[in-house]
Design a protein around this ligand. Sequence first.
Ligand SMILES: C[S@@+](CC[C@H](N)C(=O)[O-])C[C@H]1O[C@@H](n2cnc3c(N)ncnc32)[C@H](O)[C@@H]1O
Length: 260
Amino acid sequence: MINIQYNQNPQEIKLREKSKRPPFKWAGGKDRMFKRYHLAGFFPEAEIETFVDCFAGSSCVSRWVRKNYPEAQIIINDKCLELIDMFRFMQAPTWSYFKRELEVHFLKYANLSVADRKKYYYEQRDIYALQPGLLSPVQQAATLYYLLITGFNGIWQTSQNFNYRYATSAGLQTMNPNGSGFDMNRIKEFSDFISTVALTSDDFEDTGVYASPSTWFYADPPYRCSFSRYNSAGEFTDVDQTRLTEFLNTCADKGAFCTL
Ligand SMILES: C[S@@+](CC[C@H](N)C(=O)[O-])C[C@H]1O[C@@H](n2cnc3c(N)ncnc32)[C@H](O)[C@@H]1O
């Protein structure tokens, strides 16, 4: 058993490596918050055994944790099944297939005019959302990744008309095809990281199975009064916010370290 506590003197934490920004944007993503979290004593001094990212989104917080606690078991959970499926195909056993499919999209992007890139985006979005059966599972994962980096401001919108899958409009389509968004080395680094974690796409309460005195739960739920429907995870109501508080109290009663 370990005794996890807030760090009282954050200056003394030896940061093993600063965070790298995730290769795609995510609404509510904490990628710019690393320094603030660190100075607020977010990182416990003790080595932790298990870290549970209950609402992982871009998973950038888990990435900080991996850098700072290389031995920890990390559980990345998000109720958005399409996101977790995309991460699954980015893991080592299927990375080369994912990469090949993504390169097809990148090549198209590089060779099209801005107007044709827009057309291509909408074609791909409509296939992904409305006719997913035309794509293999790995093609779906790579197409979603492509849509996330070329869609409007990295925002994930859904609606009934798009089967609650993905409805975001096209972004400007003026990004440099040799720029950082398309940098395969950067995406591979993310793949290397995601290959070291366990993935689940459950409601946050189901992660309670990991509650123990050596577990650190991190909860970054959808904000109150944000989009009523975030993505396929559905609405997160005030009843859910209360449910979350009770859930974390129960985990804390079992000795877990909980951060909200
Ligand atoms: C504020 S975002 C998390 C951002 C993340 N920390 C990051 O840095 O990218 C909230 C996430 O909660 C997920 N979510 C919504 N309802 C959920 C639920 N009941 N259980 C688990 N995840 C849920 C959404 O899909 C969304 O990715």
